[in-house]
Write a protein that binds this ligand. Structure first.
Ligand code: NAP
Length: 282
């Protein structure tokens, strides 16, 4: 499996987004277990979760519990688990709390659910307009100084916020997780900045999101054409294209079925030529 660097850790170039296993109306625990197992079997060593990945407020923490239980059962402590804090749930709504106190509480609750003494990568989920960004990022710095998190990440941050956070966190900052897909290419400045600062760029919803991923080839015909040429899926082409954009990029396609993650993980073996890449980037 091709690898990429997140701070001092080498991880698979394709990660697994675990969100689809916890947020849908129907959550199938056995299928989720099989999906994570399949990902690991294919060489995936990065799993992305968040405390807020659940159907609703009552199930808050569902996805962290699930990921931790499956990794424990499989005896895999070599997988980098990236989680997030800063979102809250109210009923089925998603809300924000970027306050220092909330992030301290949230991180400790995530440590408990993940069953570890230190979180591999703790990401601030989304800037909270009601809280100065420096306060939220300052909380991550404190968590790092306390040894509760091995490394810090940002999510949904713009270039100014990335530079501000880098000033506060220094080397403790190792990754930025922003949206990037054929339909959402406006994160290129953040990818460039990550490359400049030596940070990993985790691309979320890299296939266009849970409801649009299956129609990627219909919406974006160039991806279907290149897929036909290589006899692979348009989704696999999409992930290989994203990998080609920068050594900083690590797509984290979501999956709730083993077949999806098996196909996505194989994107690391797909070699696209210059003509393919020009077509896809056009
Ligand atoms: N930081 C943030 O604010 C934020 C926001 C959203 C998401 N995320 C993270 O990013 C991850 C990925 O985003 P996402 O799940 O929203 O969207 P996505 O990765 O673009 O799409 C996910 C869907 O794609 C399908 N899929 C995966 N691989 C496939 C393949 N090779 N062929 C066909 N279909 C395939 C899966 O279907 P099945 O479910 O049927 O397997 C899954 O439901 C999330 O899981 C989460 O970890 C972060």
């Amino acid at each position: 499996m091709q690898t990429r660097r997140i701070g001092t850790r080498q991880v698979s170039a394709i990660g697994l987004g675990a969100m689809p296993m916890s947020v849908r109306e129907e959550n199938d625990a056995e299928q989720a277990r099989a999906t994570i197992a399949e990902a690991l079997e294919r060489g995936v060593t990065l799993v992305d979760t968040a405390d807020a990945y659940s159907r609703d407020e009552a199930e808050f923490g569902h996805n962290e519990d699930l990921v931790a239980r499956v990794l424990r059962d499989l005896g895999r402590d070599d997988v980098l688990v990236a989680t997030k804090g800063g979102h809250t749930r109210s009923g089925t709504d998603w809300e924000l709390d970027g306050s220092r106190d909330h992030l301290h509480r949230a991180c400790r609750a995530s440590l408990q659910r993940l069953g570890v003494e230190q979180i591999d990568l703790y990401q601030h989920h989304r800037p909270d307009p009601a809280v100065p960004y420096a306060e939220s990022i300052g909380a991550l710095k404190e968590l790092h100084d306390e040894g509760l998190i091995a490394a810090a990440g940002l999510s949904n941050a713009d270039p100014d916020q990335i530079r501000e956070a880098h000033g506060i966190l220094g080397d403790a900052l190792v990754a930025v997780q922003n949206q990037f897909s054929p339909a959402f290419r406006s994160s290129q400045p953040e990818i460039d900045l990550c490359e400049e600062l030596g940070l990993a760029f985790l691309a979320w919803s890299p296939l266009g999101g849970m409801s649009d991923a299956s129609s990627l080839g219909t919406t974006w015909s160039a991806f279907a054409e290149v897929a036909d040429k290589h006899r692979v899926s348009p989704q696999q082409v999409c992930l290989a294209w994203e990998l080609s954009l920068s050594p900083a990029v690590i797509p984290i396609p979501g999956a709730s079925r083993p077949a999806s993650v098996a196909d996505s993980a194989d994107a690391v073996h797909l070699v696209l030529d210059d003509e393919d890449l020009a077509r896809l980037s056009a």
